[in-house]
Design a protein around this ligand. Structure first.
Ligand code: AMP
Length: 404
């Protein structure tokens, strides 16, 4: 750390306004746009050199038009055609496996968050980095900073966060009672009284004024640092699909499928079963929804054409939350939603497969989201057609965003 350099990607997202006129934006956007960040005192560890400059010519890209920014970097730029040639040749090889260490051979580790929903990006990060260690250092939210990983170089599967008791007042709702009682305050447990092995939902009371606010995260106590409990991030309650800061739960996905499937009715078809996948193998990632269709009535479903299914994709997007639509429209960080139609009987095969692996036939429920590779392979091998949303859904900057 004392001699190193880091490449950080800092994402500033678009802002919205609340009905009362307050700016609503994610915490990091707020920080990077603040004077606190822009006029910070010199710090050798956080000495940023962006924006990008043309390495070959030693000049700033013409896309940067702000004169003060151009002036600030003009003095420190120099041409480095050799380095530019190396970058160009490595990037034009087509195969980007290990690109990070090919371009920056002394890279020691990746500073990332790959616990929880972001664990889906571990294979991609391994691919581009050639297997560099991944340090997950912190656990935080827009509402409050929660904790730190005191063993940052451990494997992502072993990460535990130590909550810092000065950040807010932490309380915990045992998961068994959270489900049974709907979250009765009398069940709340203090930070000092959590038990190793148990799962809890995190509840915070913050300096900014949130009172017993349910963050929506489920944590499991793994041990102690001195007497401070440590937690593994288990999952976000009720979140099925997430590509970026979007969080889509089961009820919302269900509503979106219902709204879109109404478009099939005039064609004598219906959605009999569905499931979904957050597809992140291409960039940007996108939602994939698997549909098994039932053809009813004289039209026999035969009339469901490409155009209708494309409209269904867009209709689902219109029904999803504002954060999803903002990422689609303003940020471009989520790609068009895709419907993959699977052949009749596929979901029965899925059930047979689950039962063959030990699921109980009485309790079997169609998973509304799939992550297990053999199940995804099974579904993909039964796909008869696939369709993408042909346009952007509606989103206006004036709308309040749920996650902000
Ligand atoms: P946001 O409110 O958009 O800032 O997102 C905060 C949420 O992101 C938290 O409540 C968690 O669900 C998730 N999150 C933040 N840090 C981590 C982490 N280290 N591991 C897993 N999930 C995290």
């Amino acid at each position: 750390m004392d001699k190193g350099k880091a490449l950080h990607f800092l994402f500033v997202k678009s802002e919205t306004k609340t009905p009362g006129g307050l700016a609503a934006r994610p915490v990091l956007t707020s920080y990077y746009k603040s004077n606190h960040f822009k006029n910070r005192p010199f710090d050798a560890y956080n000495n940023y050199t962006s924006p990008t400059a043309d390495i070959e010519a030693g000049s700033l890209t013409p896309r940067v038009t702000d004169p003060s920014v151009r002036e600030a970097v003009a003095g420190i730029l120099r041409a480095d055609p050799e380095l530019a040639a190396l970058v160009r040749s490595e990037c034009s090889k087509g195969d980007w496996a290990g690109i990070i260490t090919r371009i920056w051979p002394s890279t020691k580790y990746l500073d990332v968050i790959v616990t929880g929903a972001m664990a889906q990006y571990i294979p991609t990060l391994k691919y581009y980095s050639g297997g560099l260690p991944m340090a997950c250092t912190m656990y935080a939210s827009s509402e409050c900073y929660f904790g730190l990983n005191l063993r940052p170089m451990c494997d992502p599967s072993e990460v535990s966060y130590t909550l810092m008791p000065n950040m807010c007042y932490f309380e915990f709702l045992p998961m068994d009672s959270a489900a049974a009682s709907g979250g009765d305050a009398s069940q709340l447990v203090d930070l000092a009284r959590v038990e190793v092995g148990r799962e809890y939902e995190l509840v915070i009371t913050t300096y900014a004024g949130l009172n017993r606010y349910r963050v929506g995260d489920v944590l499991q106590v793994t041990g102690f640092h001195n007497s401070a409990p440590q937690f593994r991030f288990v999952r976000r309650k009720n979140v099925l699909l997430s590509i970026e800061s979007d969080k889509t739960d089961e009820a919302e996905l269900q509503r979106a499928v219902e709204r879109a499937s109404a478009l099939l009715r005039p064609h004598g078809a219906a959605v009999v079963e569905y499931t979904s996948q957050a597809y992140t193998k291409s960039i940007p990632g996108h939602y994939v929804i698997y549909w098994e269709l039932l053809a009813k009535g004289p039209a026999g479903g035969a009339a469901v054409g490409e155009g209708t299914l494309e409209r269904c994709c867009l209709e689902m997007e219109e029904a999803l939350n504002t954060v999803y639509r903002q990422s689609r429209v303003a940020d471009g960080s989520i790609g068009p939603l895709e419907i993959r139609v699977v052949r009749p009987g596929t979901f029965e095969e899925l059930m047979d497969y689950a039962i063959s692996r030990g699921a109980s036939i009485n309790q079997y429920k169609v998973p509304r989201c799939v992550t297990f590779p053999p199940i995804i392979e099974l579904l993909d091998s039964r796909v008869v057609s696939s369709h993408f949303s042909p346009a952007l859904p509606h989103w206006t900057p004036g709308q309040r965003s749920d996650s902000d």
